[in-house]
Each structure stands twice: as structure tokens, then as C-alpha cells.
Design a protein around this ligand. Structure first.
Ligand code: SF4
Length: 285
């Protein structure tokens, strides 16, 4: 069986950068206790490595409820946070380590600039997603978040309203284009700025192009990860023998019976050692 490993599989630059920043942290000099706001990556191995450094996850609610002195340092993940988190940290004398991906910072800044100029922001993204919530907060919480065609249908603005369309970095190009065309049709003066990250785009394009040329497609990632789930959906559409796994243990022999070619890809939160484990197990099979 031939194994084709995606050239874009695994950690994207933003998550890798954040993970390396956390791993390089000199714990002996850091203000303790140290918490990370939410998950850096939806992957148990990554969480374990971070925990081993003495850094533990804290949910937004617990962070907000914490009393002065209960948190020494807070780490902002690659997905970013709204400005209020930085303000609260300052008030409570909490040191902030900001690992927000520079590409996410760019969308946050755009949201702020357009909101300050009194634009209505249409943010194409997944409602409730951490990155989307953060971008929305930078735009003063007034963005209209569009996740589906039904959301598009509900859009309504006064004729003289200035409108800009931005996107979550991990959105699908296809839906963003559809949303852009829809909005332009209804509001011709709307400005469209694609803030989709090319890492995501390249990974999606690759799987879309090669999934049908392989007998089986393996997508490694967590179902909690938006970009891994989207990758799986794209592959499944092209090849019904697509399987979504979190690690090598979940591989099943029967998936590969009489199969000759397998494509392996992975979402942005999957570390390289998990991908290597899967490839090794496939070679054994
Ligand atoms: S997907 Fe792109 S924008 Fe998002 S964290 Fe990764 S590199 Fe940054």
C-alpha cells in the first residue's frame, strides 16, 4: 500500500509558533500560577506536554471570576482574545503572554479600524468559535456573524450603511466567495476583504484535489477542531472512504483491505509526532 502524506499536514505556522513560545518559557522565572486561556490545540498530546510544564487550562468564565492574586500569568492562545481580556489582566495584575497568530491579529485590527469608522462588519465564521469571538470583540461586538446561507438571507442594512466583509482565518474559500457574491448583489457598495489563511486554503485545496485519486483518505484531528472537521468534510465529499481519527490507535485494518493508495492529512492542531505514529502504523499494516 502506498502512503501519500500531505505536505501541509499538521500544525500550522500560528499554532507551531504558539506551542514553541510556550515550550520555551522559563517556568522558574514566570509569575505563578500560570494558566492558558482555553486550548491551544484540540489534541490530548499537546495538552499533556503543556501540563507537564506546570501550565493548566482555564476557561473564560473562571478567568473572569478569578480574584486578584489567584492567577500569576495568563497565556493567550494562537486564536487570540478580545481586548477586554488584556484590560482585565492589567486590572488584576496578571502577566500576559500573548501567542496570538499574527494573521489573526491582522483580522482583529481590521475589525477595530472598520468599527471605528462606523462600518457594519459581516464576519464569515463559526458562531461561538474562539477566534471569531475575539475578532468580534475587537470590532466592539457589533459584527454580524455569518455561518450559513440562512444567516446570509437574514442580513439587512439601511441603504447608506457602509459594509465590510471579513472572514475567520480558517473559513472555506468556497463559502466566503458565496457570501461575498450574495452580499455584493444585495449591497453593491460592500467591501470584501478575504482574511482566510493560506495554510488552511492550501491544505483544503490539496485534499480536494487528491482525495479521489486515493483509495482511502485518513484525516487526523479532533472533532472539536473546526479546521480538521472541515478538512474531513471536503475529503469525504470527494472520497466516501474517508476516515476521521485522532491517533494511530483508531486505525482499523478492514479500512485498507485490498486498498493500494492512502492519503494522510491532518488539521492544524495535530502535532507532527501524532502524524508520524499514524504513518508508522500504516506501514506496519
Ligand atoms: S490557521 Fe493560519 S491564521 Fe489560523 S493560527 Fe494557523 S497560521 Fe494562524
Amino acid at each position: 500500500m502506498k502512503i501519500h502524506l500531505s505536505q501541509f499536514a499538521g500544525f500550522c505556522d500560528g499554532v507551531r509558533r504558539a506551542y514553541e513560545m510556550i515550550m520555551a518559557l522559563d517556568i522558574s522565572k514566570a509569575k505563578k500560577p500560570i494558566y492558558i486561556l482555553g486550548s491551544l490545540a484540540h489534541n490530548a498530546d499537546v495538552v499533556r506536554e503543556i501540563n507537564k510544564k506546570g501550565i493548566f487550562k482555564i476557561d473564560l468564565e473562571d478567568f473572569l471570576q478569578s480574584k486578584k492574586g489567584e492567577i500569576g500569568t495568563i497565556i493567550i492562545t494562537a486564536h487570540g482574545s478580545g481586548p477586554e481580556i488584556f484590560e482585565i489582566a492589567k486590572e488584576k495584575n496578571i502577566k500576559v503572554i500573548d501567542t496570538t497568530c499574527p494573521k489573526v491579529i491582522k483580522v482583529q485590527r481590521l475589525a477595530k479600524v472598520f468599527s471605528d469608522r462606523n462600518y457594519s462588519i459581516i464576519l464569515v465564521g463559526d458562531k461561538g468559535h474562539k477566534e471569531v469571538e475575539g475578532i468580534n470583540a475587537w470590532g466592539k461586538g457589533k459584527s454580524r456573524i455569518v455561518s450559513s446561507e440562512a444567516d446570509l438571507e437574514k442580513l439587512d442594512f439601511s441603504k447608506d450603511k457602509k459594509i465590510v466583509i471579513l472572514s475567520q482565518t480558517t473559513q472555506s474559500e468556497e463559502f466566503f466567495e458565496k457570501a461575498g457574491n450574495f452580499v455584493k448583489n444585495k449591497f453593491p457598495k460592500a467591501e470584501i476583504i478575504s482574511t482566510i489563511c493560506h495554510t488552511t486554503h492550501d491544505r483544503q485545496q490539496e485534499v480536494s484535489k487528491f482525495a479521489k485519486n486515493n483509495d482511502v483518505v485518513i484525516v487526523i484531528g479532533s472533532r472539536e477542531s473546526a479546521n480538521s472537521t472541515r478538512l474531513f468534510e471536503i475529503a469525504k465529499e470527494k472520497n466516501s472512504k474517508t476516515y476521521f481519527i485522532e491517533n494511530a490507535i483508531q486505525l482499523k485494518n478492514q479500512w485498507f483491505f485490498e486498498m493500494e493508495k492512502v492519503l494522510v492529512t491532518a488539521g492544524a492542531s495535530t502535532p507532527s509526532w501524532v502524524i508520524e505514529d499514524v504513518v508508522d502504523k500504516l506501514k506496519e499494516m
